[in-house]
Design a protein around this ligand. Structure first.
Ligand code: UFG
Length: 320
């Protein structure tokens, strides 16, 4: 059985759906602080918090867990700068609790949500796994700390780990059952679609003076179902490989391009307001996916059009 911690969240819920569709038995543990119970669909569910080691231990005693996929983290860069304690406690201490309970119960396999934020400002693009790590905010630091802990736990205790560093997770499930529902929402694509829908007055474009062809930031948008598939492949490879893998499309799309594609797909105008740069935003961030192909046999299958179409469908027919 696979334990998915944080399986009621955005990427976690899509991964659980993928694992179940591929024949895995899954139990989700989530404290529902940002996740949605409705997103758990058919998996077993346990209400649990990483700060409570006893409740974690009970889950390992109740189910026969082979491997863990760990998504349960706070993930807002801006919030992490204002409130680092929340990030170091939940993301670092919480993960240590999970790792120690795993080892107490002789479970040694973990697939972990890491992030492009471990790199900081890129020295070259596309980024690859050999790029220096130099996070510029507590969120990225907290994830990098865990990557370092994994290394030491591997050497000392034989932990098998794969840390997947996501670039910009986006889109919603193709069948419309799952989607992105953050409160508050800070991500570009849902905010563009909310402006198009009229739920928000406009989209603010943060910075038009970057050294990019249209002056706006460039990001690597990767469909959440492709990310989900990478987690399943990682579980299948966990006995043979431990380390870090970047997950992206090897292609960047600018903020203005996202607005234009969204207008084309929805057939509606997006009201835009130009603003100054948002602190901490690198101009260009996209990744090679060669290692993901070499190690996992993973390649993204869903394109930008599918990302925007599925996100738009979800925006119009949200289930939660
Ligand atoms: N943007 C806007 N207006 C908005 C929101 C975003 O112009 O209202 C721009 C941002 O400035 C950025 C791009 O759109 O250039 C993407 O911003 P997001 O907030 O959607 O995503 P980020 O690239 O900032 O963050 C993502 C993940 C983080 C992760 C980070 C790694 O959400 O968890 O990538 O760099 F840490």
């Amino acid at each position: 059985m696979i334990l998915v911690v944080g399986g009621a969240g955005y990427i976690g819920s899509h991964t659980v759906k993928n694992m179940i569709a591929n024949g895995y038995d899954v139990v989700v543990a989530d404290n529902l602080s940002t996740g949605h119970k409705e997103a758990v669909l058919t998996a077993d569910f346990e209400l649990a918090d990483l700060m409570d080691k006893d409740s974690l231990d009970k889950i390992f005693k109740k189910y026969k867990i082979d491997s863990v996929i760990h998504f349960a983290a706070f993930a807002s860069v801006a919030e992490s700068v204002k409130n680092p304690s929340k990030y170091y406690n939940n993301n670092v201490v919480g993960t240590l609790n999970l790792l120690n309970v795993m080892l107490d119960n002789n479970v040694k396999n973990i697939v972990f949500s890491s992030t492009a934020a471990v790199f900081g400002n890129p020295e070259y693009t596309p980024i690859d796994e050999n790029h220096n790590t130099n996070p510029i905010n507590p969120y990225g630091q907290s994830k990098l700390m865990i990557e370092k802990i994994f290394k030491d736990y591997r050497n000392a205790y034989g932990l098998n780990y794969i840390a997947l560093r996501y670039f910009n997770a986006s889109g919603c499930s193709l069948d419309g059952s799952l989607g992105e529902s953050h409160n508050p929402e800070t991500h570009l694509i849902p905010l563009v679609l909310k402006a198009i829908k009229g739920e928000n007055d406009s989209i603010k474009i943060f910075g038009t003076d970057y050294d990019t062809p249209d002056g706006t930031c460039i990001r690597d948008f990767i469909h959440v179902e492709d990310l989900a598939e990478a987690h399943r492949l990682a579980i299948e490879k966990i006995a043979d490989f431990s380390g870090v893998i970047n997950l992206g499309t090897n292609k960047g799309t600018s903020v203005r391009e996202i607005v234009k594609i969204s207008e084309d797909i929805t057939g509606k105008k997006c009201p835009v307001v130009l603003e100054g740069r948002r602190p901490g935003d690198p101009g260009i961030l996209y990744t090679s996916n060669q290692k993901a192909l070499d190690v996992l046999g993973w390649k993204p299958k869903l394109n930008m059009e599918t990302i925007i179409k599925t996100a738009w469908d979800w925006e119009l027919n949200k289930k939660y």
